[in-house]
Design a protein around this ligand. Structure first.
Ligand code: KG4
Length: 324
């Protein structure tokens, strides 16, 4: 079977075409803003403008036509309302025009589900992106969030810190590069609160220390990463201990970070669990993960009536019953 997936929860519009075990196409375009913040209106215009050309490109890359598609999936939430509505409207229009079934997919779940295309069965997922930071895993028939950020996403924290250092956007890769030259650990507020995370205190203190002029920026970048990532690894490890699962996956845009990968890998090896990171284009916001999850849902008998395709800005991870 072949599924088409449209992703558009934030600043990336992505269209993917997949079968059960292969990505046939996965194309994107990310709205670039100087400061890295997301502007709903700009994201909406961006998605609306690029939908048609990206769809054409995806079909061409996959070597299929709309008639070959078995199901149309779209990111139903969580995300920016206006951006979500562009995507849902496009998915509905395609479903009506080509008389295809349609399913709405939870964005956070799709980030983890795509790892199953690579033989992962039942993982704990650490999902880290600009706006989201969650540790999630299946418990019973639902994905449960074991820990999440109480304020900003880790990617956003890195982006803001980089901006303060005058490094531009996206900040994550720039902080990573700078951190490689760090020599000394500088104490910063630890980000774990119970099972949850909080990065705003860490960010404020790192900026304050930078402005004091008393510290090397390389040491600050290094310490920022060490402190934030240790917190992420700690919460992930506790979720692994609680669930007794044997796989851990790292997904989301920040999964590109080699230091975070290394720290998680060490923890996984210590515990004797498998560690996996998908190829980067399937880690970041992308249409293939939506298509793949939509295909699994459809095969399990899920099909949305048009009135059920309404977007959910605050779509919770544990709202979806996982029957596939
Ligand atoms: O939010 P996201 O999944 O959106 C995209 O689809 O692009 O990923 C973007 C986030 C940004 O916050 C960016 O700074 C971060 O991922 N990021 C990184 C790295 N590469 C991207 N963070 C840390 N280290 C990296 N190498």
């Amino acid at each position: 079977m072949i599924a088409l997936g449209i992703e558009g929860t934030a600043h990336t519009l992505g269209i993917g075409i997949v079968t059960e075990n292969k990505v046939l196409a996965n194309v994107f375009d990310t709205l670039k803003t100087e400061k890295g913040g997301i502007h709903p209106k700009e994201a909406t215009e961006h998605h609306a403008k690029l939908l048609k050309p990206l769809l054409r490109k995806a079909l061409e890359e996959a070597g299929v036509s709309m008639e070959d598609i078995d199901v149309i999936a779209f990111s139903q939430g969580p995300g920016l309302g206006p951006a979500l509505r562009v995507v849902a409207t496009a998915a509905r229009a395609l479903a009506i025009k080509y008389n295809k079934p349609i399913v709405g997919v939870n964005h956070c779940i799709a980030h983890v589900e795509i790892t199953k295309m690579f033989g992962i069965k039942d993982p704990v997922g650490l999902y880290v992106s600009g706006g989201n930071t969650q540790v999630l895993a299946l418990e019973g028939k639902r994905y449960r969030v074991f820990g999440e950020t109480l304020d900003i996403g880790i990617g956003n924290a890195l982006d803001v810190f980089a901006r303060e250092l005058g490094l531009g956007f996206p900040g994550g890769p720039k902080i990573e590069k700078l951190a490689l030259k760090g020599e000394k650990y500088i104490e910063l507020p630890y980000a774990v609160k119970g099972m949850d995370l909080s990065f705003s205190g860490l960010l404020t203190e790192a900026i304050r220390k930078y402005k004091s002029g008393k510290y090397r920026v390389e040491d600050l970048a290094y310490s920022f990463q060490e402190t934030a990532f240790a917190a992420l690894v700690e919460v992930t490890e506790r979720a692994l201990a609680h669930t007794e699962k044997e796989e851990v996956v790292l997904v989301g845009g920040v999964a590109a970070n080699n230091r975070l990968r290394e720290m998680l890998k060490i923890m996984a090896e210590d515990r004797g669990v498998k560690f996996f990171v998908p190829p980067y284009d399937l880690c970041r916001d992308n249409g293939a993960m939506i298509a793949y999850t939509g295909l699994e849902m459809y095969k399990a008998g899920i099909k949305f009536k048009l009135e059920e395709t309404i977007v959910k800005q605050k779509f919770r991870t544990d709202e979806v019953e996982i029957i596939w």
